[in-house]
Design a binder for this molecule. Structure first.
Ligand code: ADP
Ligand code: MG
Length: 288
């Protein structure tokens, strides 16, 4: 069965999932081809099941990406489904998670073209160290850490915020110190259940990705990850919940990745196989 594995023309970094996924897909009878979402020479109207994988530059053209999502899903089945993708590209979903009672990193949205007094916001959030990042982002693009009232920086926090809000909405969060020690923990979800957890080192703009693991999924992490995914659990093929711990040690959601998360297949034996099997089963019930 033919399958398109969506990537992008210029990968910002190596896709560590590509090789194990290709092997698992082949073992499950797929004839998979890599297809860059931003390649206009591809016939995207051809009905070929498509999975989103390394489409990592989409934040640079989110409008184009979402219209590509709509175009592909018009004639082809797409995982994750288009409605899930639409709901996940803007990080304001964090506000909805928090409203649903899921522990979440405190987040303020600064709308496009607006500004905010960062001294007041720091006081309000109870932290002089603030992370300022674009509302649509991947790979730490545009994500910077500042100390409000600290030594001068280039850019200044206000200048960085202004440069983000000139293009789109921005997020301001208190810096969560546990990312440096315990680490950000990514809970990988594949085909109906949590599969494995890995640890990510802190990463700001310009840093490379460094991961370790697998680590055991602790009970409190499982509870938060499952609560975050509950409304979409039966609609997604894959997902990832990135957690950090608050000052009291309780896990909270830093990011919910339902578009094109790395799933770190090499870290968990059999996980790429589960992905391929889950896809196969879904396609058996899908129109194309
Ligand atoms: N509030 C925060 N506290 C501490 N570190 C953060 C915070 N927000 C982001 N980071 C760091 O920046 C990285 C990228 O931010 P994230 O929200 O995961 O966006 P993306 O992965 O989509 O670029 C995180 O993996 C983490 O290392
Ligand atoms: Mg992230």
């Amino acid at each position: 069965m033919r399958l398109r594995v969506a990537t992008c023309r210029t990968l910002p970094e190596i896709d560590v999932d590509a090789a194990p996924l290709a092997a698992a897909l082949a073992a499950h009878g797929f004839s998979a081809e890599l297809a860059a979402w931003d390649d206009p020479t591809i016939d995207w109207d051809a009905p070929i099941p498509t999975i989103l994988r390394s489409t990592w530059n989409y934040a640079l053209d989110v409008v184009g990406f979402l219209s590509w999502i709509d175009r592909v899903s018009e004639t082809s089945t797409l995982w994750n489904p288009p409605a899930i993708v639409h709901g996940n590209v803007h990080k304001r979903y964090l506000i909805d998670l928090a409203a649903r009672g899921v522990p979440t990193v405190p987040t303020r949205i600064i709308e496009r073209g607006t500004t905010v007094d960062l001294d007041e916001l720091a006081a309000d959030l109870g932290s002089q160290r603030l992370v300022i990042k674009p509302e649509v982002g991947a790979g730490s693009l545009g994500t910077r850490l500042f100390t409000i009232g600290g030594p001068p920086t280039n850019p200044t926090p206000h200048a960085h915020l202004a440069s983000l809000t000139s293009r789109g909405a921005a997020l301001v969060q208190p810096y969560v110190a546990s990312v440096a020690g315990y680490g950000e923990r990514s809970m990988v979800w594949i085909d109906g259940e949590l599969s494995h957890a890995i640890r990510k080192a802190p990463r700001f703009v310009g840093d490379i990705e460094r991961i370790e693991g697998p680590f055991p999924i602790l009970a409190d992490e499982r509870a938060v990850a499952e609560a975050a995914l509950a409304p979409v659990a039966d609609q997604i093929l894959y997902g990832r919940v990135d957690l950090a711990r608050d000052e009291a040690g309780a896990p909270m959601v830093m990011e919910l990745e339902l578009v094109e998360p790395s799933l770190y297949f090499t870290r968990q034996l059999g996980s790429a196989d589960r992905f391929a099997a889950g896809l196969r089963r879904r396609l058996a019930h899908a129109p194309s």
